[in-house]
Ligand binder design. Structure first.
Ligand code: BDR
Ligand code: CA
Length: 332
């Protein structure tokens, strides 16, 4: 195994953050990194909100600017089927960081391993301890699973931001039924849900209830230090995108998954097998089997139970996230 840098933080939760920064990914990384209960062991990148060069450069930039100790490993440039799609520059900007001016000089080196190998090595070195927190396409996790299926029993848990389960009538954001991270690599997502580890999906059903509004953003800008100002600065275009839909602020997708890792009691989850449509008009749709309904025997019977978040205490999630940068406001 390659030598690696010391992890960030000394907390008990050992986390690998798999991400496509991305405006909301960048904020999620800063919230995660600042939380004292977390030891961030690595940042792995995946195509999505930008191409793989863009999101990897952004991860390295965040590492440098905010003194994050965890290594960065570059991941998949395309889905398991070889599709990369067009980055959503209308949401995250051409540079993936809301098009704020960025000094790209002097970026740190990458970990020499591809992301999926980094994941495997780190899980093997920390059996039973690692939380895989994936807030982009699930391609790196699927590649790790395919190369080293034994990690299934060695990972503590997998938490993803992904999916749309139509729990409150709302559904997909990339198609009428599909959420973007799942649609970007539906096959990878189906393999992740189908493996015998514990997956918790923090999907649009709950992330659309957590809105970072003007009040939280003003607090971050005024009292949140450099990280708080950066989160506000990068989110200008992201807010404008949400404003088109009448939202004053923005949906806290990736950071809500961070909040679950730190305090799962802020959520209610439902258990049952989850499958992903991998072709056809509903490609990318996530469906959880309801054990209370009887069906004839079929493929679903073989799928393991996984967890889907069905409700969230949005106010406490926001207080936790904002409070990590502004401790004096934590309890408000
Ligand atoms: C997800 O898609 C991306 O745009 C966000 O970063 C988030 O991970 C929401 O559907
Ligand atoms: Ca993301």
């Amino acid at each position: 195994m390659q030598p690696r840098e010391e992890p960030t933080g000394s907390g008990g939760r050992k986390v690998i953050f798999d991400t496509d920064p991305g405006v909301d990914d960048a904020a999620a990384l800063l919230f995660l990194n600042a939380n004292p209960s977390v030891s961030l062991l690595g940042i792995t990148t995946v195509f999505g909100n930008g191409d793989i060069d863009t999101v990897t450069r952004n991860a390295l930039y965040l590492k440098k600017r905010f003194g994050i100790q965890a290594p960065v490993a570059r991941g998949a440039a395309a889905s398991l089927n070889g599709d990369a799609g067009d980055p959503p520059v209308h949401i995250h900007g051409q540079n993936g960081l809301g098009d704020i001016p960025v000094d790209w000089e002097g970026l740190p080196d990458l970990d020499p391993r591809p992301a999926h190998r980094f994941i495997i090595d780190t899980v093997l070195a920390n059996p039973g301890e690692i939380t895989l927190l994936a807030v982009g396409r699930m391609t790196n996790l699927a590649l790790a699973l395919r190369e080293a299926p034994e990690i299934v029993s060695l990972v503590k848990e997998v938490v993803i931001m992904g999916g749309a389960f139509a729990l409150s009538g709302l559904n997909g954001n990339a198609t009428p039924v599909a959420e973007a991270n799942i649609l970007g690599d539906p096959l990878a997502a189906d393999e992740i849900f189908g493996a015998g580890w514990l997956v918790t999906a923090i999907g649009l059903d709950v992330t659309r209830q957590v809105v970072m509004g003007p009040r939280e953003l003003a607090r971050l800008a005024t009292h949140g230090g450099e990280a708080g100002r950066f989160i506000v600065e990068t989110s200008t275009g992201y807010r404008a995108f949400h404003a088109q839909f009448g939202i004053d602020g923005y949906y806290v997708h990736d950071s809500t998954a961070v909040a679950y890792v730190i305090d799962p009691t802020l959520f209610e989850v439902r258990s049952g097998p989850v499958r992903v449509a991998t072709e056809g008009v509903a490609i990318g749709q996530t469906i959880q089997r309801d054990w209370n309904t009887l069906h004839p025997p079929g493929e679903w019977d073989m799928a393991p139970d996984q967890q889907v978040a069905v409700s969230v205490d949005a106010r406490r999630v926001l207080n936790m996230l904002v409070g990590v940068h502004i401790p004096s406001l934590k309890a408000s």
